[in-house]
Design a protein around this ligand. Structure first.
Ligand code: DGJ
Length: 758
């Protein structure tokens, strides 16, 4: 911890008066390593420290998070939940041993425990010192408030190893951003074997439920709930990347108290795009212990003397407003604090993507034909997917050779790009930079550039191998290639794909240190993305990994949108989008209208249904437009025009899940409400109408009860019978509306506009 004016014990002075924010004189900004991980530093509401320098609290967005030092020097979590008064008697109390089997240190709910003193819950950090000692007991040493960040330094009781915990709270949502830095001030290397960004504790109760998201390729974002019990639940990726499996996000509710729109929800997300581990467990007295950070499985980092290792951020939030309140708060936080450009980030343009239409068979002529048709529909961005480079005629060759294929594009990309621009659209191009086919010039020149263990098989996935981005030569090569392509071509958008997981995670050149590959790889990926953004500020990036295999709050800070899933079936998508938006903002969630029957499940649906499903995020078209007849093109044109009138509300508004697409559900309804509550959009989707009885009244949410809202059918058409043309927000929210949809896979959008009072 160097530089900057200090407060509290680091300077030997009291940090300031107890109570709310702003009573502490902030010191110089902290130069933290978080930026290296792409973390946007959140704005601070309030950080306060009591006069004795023993109790720390963060207040913001009607949430209080507090921690304190007990008489033995342990840093303890004290409170996390609804805002409490400034005089609240927060105090850390020394724990005694529960029995001879449960010593005092273990019983103490430490804010960030080292693995030592018999700890049996997941530690914040586990190390092995050079002499084989594996006992690490962290106690409070000092604290500082630097800019918007509270930094608390813990030190081992005997050895020169420190952990600095950092905290900031978002004043609007109460989301707390936490991270940790471990530093070796000794003379020997220390082997770090587990390192969390945060560990968190909730008081004992028997009714906690843990919620998480999981899935597989083309079936991402399914939702799961389990009781929080003494059985340790681990959500993790061991794949090198986030993957399609468990998401680095969780929520905790209380059974019987928490519903979609009411009751307590604690939630958290790790801003890391590599192997991660989130764990949750009720301890021996029922307290919930959560740990979140790098996955310790197969990971190790040799911390040299004087070296420090930063974790990625963990975002921790609380809402008293149920799952809906929690997700809306986190969406707002992401839009304001994580997504590049924050609240000023441009809305997602309507895009066209060639993948489902042409697969690898891309040619200048064919793409121009598609672009001309797309432009006529009102599409704003044209994206050429896989197949434009090297000898890429199928998925067996070409990855790694990022030069335009001269037979497919005899005059390079320029004629296509010029035509796309002349049609009034921006131009985007697909890449999969981290991968290589054996059948490629790059692999023939650099077979040592892939992750591998010498003498062992190099397992292929989709006929490709993973380049070892942890190597600086590989990192610099990729940055150079991409930078050159962006300099030489007028490109506005990159779709950044990643189509396999790691198998043999070897880095032979790093010898005994090679298990740091899990961190170095992702840090270098972030470096390339950040550097491309810096050098080409006009270029937007989409994160994609065979659909939604690499979406998390880490990559979100360096990309502008996310490809949610390769499953483009509009009914499956309702469940996928419901799961996605539990954790992440619709502002980045892309959804395409593709051809029917759908490639994923063979289901045939109407174009209207496909549009109504895809319009609930960032709208895209992925169909073969050369096969659309005039009537289909006219329908699409109408929907795209209608979407442009509501997209700000969909992408930037508050999402209310009125009827959730739980398994087997016949009906689904969502409402998006603009931040100024001047517009709301209701999407009602019906899978089938087996029974004569139809929908229960749909009661809207989030409107201003006192304003009058006029309603119209999205995309045009007469209002269904019985729905008044205008009524107050109070009416729409309390009386609601009765909708009768007839048929299978049908839907309707209704737009509510606040009527201007004269
Ligand atoms: C997987 C992506 O999710 C698809 O959209 C497409 O880009 C293919 N890769 C191309 O290989």
């Amino acid at each position: 911890m160097g530089g900057g004016a200090a407060t509290g014990a680091m300077s030997g002075r009291p940090a300031g008066a107890p109570g709310r924010a702003g009573r502490i004189v902030a010191a110089a900004p902290l130069a933290i390593g978080l930026l290296a991980f792409g973390c946007a530093t959140p704005a601070l509401a309030g950080v306060a420290v009591d006069a004795g320098g023993k109790v720390f609290r963060l207040d913001g967005g009607h949430v209080t998070y507090a921690l304190g030092v007990d008489d033995k020097g342990y840093l303890q979590p004290l409170y996390w939940g609804p805002e409490i008064d400034a005089q609240a008697p927060l105090q850390a109390r020394v724990s005694t041993e529960l029995s001879g089997f449960d010593p005092a240190g273990m019983q103490t709910a430490q804010e960030f425990p080292g693995q030592g003193e018999g700890l049996v819950t997941d530690p914040g950090i586990k190390v092995t010192f050079a002499d084989g000692n594996r006992d690490l007991v962290l106690k409070y040493r000092a604290h500082r408030i630097e800019g918007t960040v509270l930094a608390i330094e813990l030190a081992d009781i005997g050895r020169p190893l420190t952990v600095t915990l950092r905290y900031a709270i978002d004043e609007s949502t109460g989301v707390v951003t936490r991270s940790a830095t471990v530093r070796n001030d000794g003379r020997q290397p220390v082997r770090v074997e587990a390192l969390a960004s945060a560990t968190l504790t909730l008081p004992g109760a028997s009714d906690y439920r843990l919620h998480f998201l999981s899935g597989r390729h083309a079936a991402e974002w399914s939702q799961h709930t389990v009781p929080l019990s003494p059985a340790l639940t681990v959500l993790e990726s061991r794949r090198g990347s986030v993957g399609h499996g468990n998401q680095p996000w969780l929520a905790i509710s209380r059974q019987g108290q928490t519903t979609e729109e009411a009751g307590p929800v604690w939630f958290g997300a790790l801003g890391w795009s590599g192997s991660f581990r989130l764990s949750a467990q009720a301890d021996n007295i029922g307290r919930v212990r959560v740990a979140a950070g790098f996955n310790s499985y197969d990971f190790a980092w040799s911390l040299k003397p004087g070296e420090a290792l930063d974790t990625p951020p963990f975002y921790a939030g609380y809402s008293p407003g149920g799952f809906g309140g929690a997700s809306r708060a986190f969406h707002r936080f992401q839009m304001a604090r994580i997504i590049p450009g924050g609240e000023r980030a441009p809305l997602r343009p309507v895009l066209y993507n060639s993948w489902e239409a042409t697969a690898f068979d891309v040619t200048a002529e064919g793409q121009i034909k598609l672009a001309e048709r797309a432009a006529r529909l009102g599409v704003e961005r044209f994206v050429v997917d896989d197949g434009w480079f090297g000898e890429r005629h199928d998925d067996k060759a070409g990855l790694g050779d990022w030069t335009v294929n001269p037979r497919k594009f005899p005059q390079g990309l320029k004629p296509l790009i010029d035509r796309v621009h002349a049609l009034g659209m921006s131009f985007g191009l697909w890449f999969e930079p981290e991968m290589v086919n054996r059948d490629s010039a790059l692999y023939r020149a650099h077979p040592d550039w892939v992750l591998n263990f010498p003498g062992r098989p190099r397992t292929e996935g989709r006929n490709q191998l993973v380049l070892n981005l942890a190597r600086t030569d590989v990192r610099d090569h990729l940055l150079g290639v991409l930078d050159k392509l962006l300099r030489e071509n007028d490109i506005q958008f990159i779709k950044w794909d990643y189509n396999r997981n790691w198998t043999e995670p070897g880095w032979p050149e790093a010898g005994a240190d090679q298990q740091r590959v899990y961190v170095d790889y992702v840090s270098n990926l972030y470096h390339i993305l950040a550097e491309l953004r810096r050098r080409h500020p006009g270029v937007e990036i989409e994160t994609c990994s065979g659909g939604g295999g690499r979406i998390d709050t880490g990559i979100m800070a360096l990309t502008d949108q996310a490809w949610t899933s390769d499953n483009t079936d509009p009914f499956d998508r309702l469940g996928i989008q419901d799961g996605f938006t539990m954790a992440y903002a619709p502002a980045v969630m892309m959804a395409w209208v593709t051809d029917a029957p759908n490639w994923a499940n063979g289901r045939t649906t109407s174009l209207d249904f496909r549009f109504l499903s895809a319009m609930q995020g960032g709208l895209g078209i992925g169909a073969d437009l050369t096969k659309w007849n005039d009537a289909e093109a006219a329908t699409a044109g109408r929907w795209i025009a209608a979407y442009k009138g509501i997209r700000a509300t969909v992408q930037r508004g508050d999402l209310y899940r009125l009827v959730r697409p739980v398994s087997g559900a016949d009906q689904t309804a969502t409402v998006y409400v603009a931040p100024d509550r001047a517009q709301a959009v209701l999407f009602a989707m019906q899978r089938g109408s087996q029974w004569k009885d139809q929908w229960a009244p749909l009661r809207l949410a989030g409107l201003d009860p006192a304003r009058t809202y006029a309603v119209r059918v999205l995309g045009g058409g007469a209002l269904p019978e019985g729905i008044p043309a205008r009524a107050s927000g109070a009416w729409w929210m309390n009386q609601g509306l009765n909708l009768r949809l007839r048929g299978d896979y049908v839907g309707m959008g209704l737009v509510f506009e606040a009527v201007k009072q004269l």
